[in-house]
Every structure is written in C-alpha cells, then in structure tokens.
Write a protein that binds this ligand. Structure first.
Ligand SMILES: Cc1ncc(COP(=O)(O)O)c(C=O)c1O
Length: 405
C-alpha cells in the first residue's frame, strides 16, 4: 500500500467488518482447548461439544429463542438457501414471493425453486425501497406458501416494516423468512416474539468471524436439510460444526447485545451517522438514496448506513465505482453499492447501474452513481472528520478525469 494512504479508515461494514478483539480471543481459546470434532465420544470431543452447545445457547438467548431453534451455517447465503429450499422440500410446489430489492443469495435460491416447479413472484418497492404493501397483499393470496424479505437493505439501508408484514402472513397462513443479515447486531431481535418463521444472519457483518452464520427456525417448523451429511444440527444441516467460529459468533453477538443494552436498545453509531450525513448532504451534487434518518416521518433506515447519489455540477451522474477509487486514494474505504456486485457488471464507461436503485425507479445513469458509507463501533467522530472533504476531492478528481488505481 502506498504511503499516501493515511489515514486508512474503514467505512464498508455492510460488506464485512473487522473481527472484534474479544472475538479473536474466544476463537483462539477454542482452537487451543476445544478443537476436536464435537461428535466424537472421547474427552476431546466432549470438550468441543460442550463449547459448541454453550455458544449455541448464548446465541439463542441473545436472539430470543431456544437453542434447538438455531441451525448453524456458513453464513448468510447458506442460511437463506437452507430456509427457502428447506421449507420448499416439504409438500408440492407452491408460490414464493420475494421483493425486487433482495440480496442475490435470495434471488439464486428462488431461481432454484423455480427450476423445481415453484412459481416465483417479485413484489415491487417504492422510491425509498419500501415494499408496496398493497401489491404484497394481493401476492399473499393462494398459492403463495412462502414470503422471503430482506429486513435491512444492504445497498440503500431501507428497513421493511417486518412486524406488520409478518402479522399479515400469519393471518393468511404464509410462512415468512427474513434476511436479517444487515440488521442483527444493530437492533435487538427477539425472535420468538416476532411474527417471523425463519431468520438468517451472518457472523462477519457484526464483527464476528467470516464462514459462520445461523438460521433461526420457528420451533414447530419442519425443515428438510439442503445439505445432507453426518446428521449434524439435528439432521437439518450436514457438516462438522466449526466450534471456534461459532464461539466467535456468540462472542460478537454478546458484544453487540451489550452495546445495544447500554443504549436502551438503540445502536449508538446512529449519532455519528447522522452527523456525517448532515455534512455530506451539504456538499453540492450529493443526494441521499433510501429513507432519510433525519426525517422522523420517513420510513426507518439501518442505523449505520448512508447511501448517496453523486452528480457533477450540471446534474450529470458520476460513476460511483470511480468515486470509490478516488476516495480510497485518500485513505477512506467505502463502496459503490453492495460488495457482491460492485466488482462486476460495469460497462466500458465504468458505469454499473445497480439493480436495487433501478428497482426503486432510478434511471440507469443515476443508478450507477451510488456511494455507500457504512459504519461500525471501531469508528470515532475524529475518524469521520475528513470524510466530506475526501468525497468532495474524489468528485473533483473524477471530473478532472484523473487516472485511478
Ligand atoms: C442482506 C444480505 N443478505 C445476505 C448476504 C449474504 O451473506 P454472506 O456473505 O454471509 O453469505 C449479505 C452479504 O452481503 C447481505 O448483505
């Protein structure tokens, strides 16, 4: 890395997060003391099994369910597939409804179901990314059996009104899976008190390790394994459990839980976010996408999330991808959209319209001008001080056509 890259400030927590020190410690202790296969019957195995089940119980306790409702997986993508394919395996094909702003993992699982004879319908969203509740109501009619919704949208930060939607699902007998990968850790989740049947989460979005996640399942819901094997996870997911990663996930959740609890259930990062957002919106050519957290009447938004649309003085949209590069030249790591798509799909002019912004009704050039800043507890107000200046200078460099990279 070049000496120019000072300071180096990580503002891309929606892509992934740096593991917390306590998480690394918890994992190191397992690798030292409880590294064995938790299915083994000797003392080494029993020590690993004990550590695994203690971690599972802590995960369950924090998320408001019992330990046997927690299926451990490799992360968000696998949890989503386990949920959708697991529910669908029981009974004849039906209809699955998703929204037009889902993560590609959900779109991929839906496509698999479609190939197995399921009908898949996509519910539209409004200009802020909120699901159209009237359209959804019609889509909940038979033959719909399952609805899968992203609770906190990773690219534009929109929080769906999951409780209201869940109540409607319960009233009409439709199962609800919620992709809570961006939500868990940023607000309390009391699973058994929510009208939700399945909920997916991933460790690496909340300062836990990468390669571990969980699917929470309503206790009486039967789920066929999407990955067979040695019968682990009560026959719901095959594969030797990664005890150290699970301990890291439990520790990460513990840290988030402590932080939320100390702030009355609210993520304190929202204060830093709001201050930064105000300063960014004061810059010329900067517009917010998704709900405005500074407007109490607006729909809700993830507390650590800012998404912007960037334009030149005449209003011409600028390439978000090029801005990410010119801003990184100044030491600030952010993203042009979701990490899983921001490296792909650009046209020869460096413009890659985001399908999420397109679904929200933005024309292609605007849908390619997105910038995402996502925060985490490792940041201080001082770290954020230079962000608006770096964004403005990054913009001028893009306008001047300076080479990047
Ligand atoms: C909302 C959402 N769902 C699912 C995923 C996939 O999770 P993972 O990367 O852990 O497979 C992500 C990751 O970016 C996400 O943001």
């Amino acid at each position: 890395m070049s000496a120019l890259l000072t300071p180096q400030v990580y503002l891309d927590s929606c892509a992934t997060t740096p593991p917390a020190a306590g998480v690394l410690e918890a994992m190191a202790s397992v690798y030292g003391e409880a590294w064995a296969n938790p299915s083994s019957l000797h003392g080494f195995g029993l020590a690993a099994a004990e550590r695994l089940e203690r971690s599972r119980m802590r995960i369950a306790e924090i998320l408001g369910c019992s330990a046997n409702q927690v299926i451990l997986t490799s992360g968000g993508t696998e949890s989503i597939h386990t949920a959708l394919l697991g529910v669908a395996a029981d009974g004849p094909p039906g209809r699955l409804v998703i929204s037009s702003v889902e993560h590609p993992a959900t779109v991929a699982a839906a496509a698999q179901l479609q190939r197995r004879g399921w009908q898949v319908e996509c519910c539209p969203v409004d200009h802020l990314g909120v699901v159209d509740l009237e359209a959804l109501e019609l889509l909940l009619k038979p033959p719909t059996r399952l609805l899968s919704l992203i609770w906190g949208q990773s690219e534009v930060g929109t929080l769906q009104p999951i409780e209201a939607i869940g109540r409607r699902c319960r009233a009409v007998g439709v199962l609800l899976h919620v992709d809570a990968v961006q939500v868990v850790g940023h607000q309390p989740v009391d699973f058994n008190q929510l009208p939700i049947d399945l909920l997916s989460l991933a460790g690496h979005k909340l300062q836990g390790p990468r390669g571990v996640g969980a699917l929470l399942v309503r206790s009486d819901l039967k789920l066929k394994p999407f990955m067979g094997g040695g019968g682990q996870e009560s026959g719901r997911r095959g594969g030797t459990e990664p005890v150290a990663l699970v301990a890291g996930l439990a520790q990460a959740l513990d840290l988030c839980h402590g932080r939320l609890w100390a702030h009355g259930g609210r993520d304190p990062i929202a204060d830093l976010r709001d201050g930064l957002l105000e300063r960014l919106l004061a810059l010329p050519g900067v517009e917010l996408s998704g709900p405005d957290p500074l407007d109490p009447t607006a729909p809700k938004r993830l507390p650590h999330h800012i998404s912007l649309l960037m334009a030149a003085p005449g209003g011409k949209p600028l390439s978000g991808r090029r801005l990410v590069q010119t801003i990184w030249q100044q030491g600030y790591a952010l993203s042009s959209g979701s990490a899983c798509s921001s490296g792909r799909g650009a046209n020869p002019w460096g413009m890659a319209p985001s399908p999420i912004l397109q679904a929200m009704g933005y024309p292609d050039p605007v849908a390619a001008s997105g910038l995402r800043i996502s925060l985490g507890p490792w940041l201080t107000a001082g770290d954020l001080e230079g962000v608006p200046g770096a964004v403005e200078r990054g913009k001028l460099r893009v306008l001047a056509g300076e080479p990047v990279g």
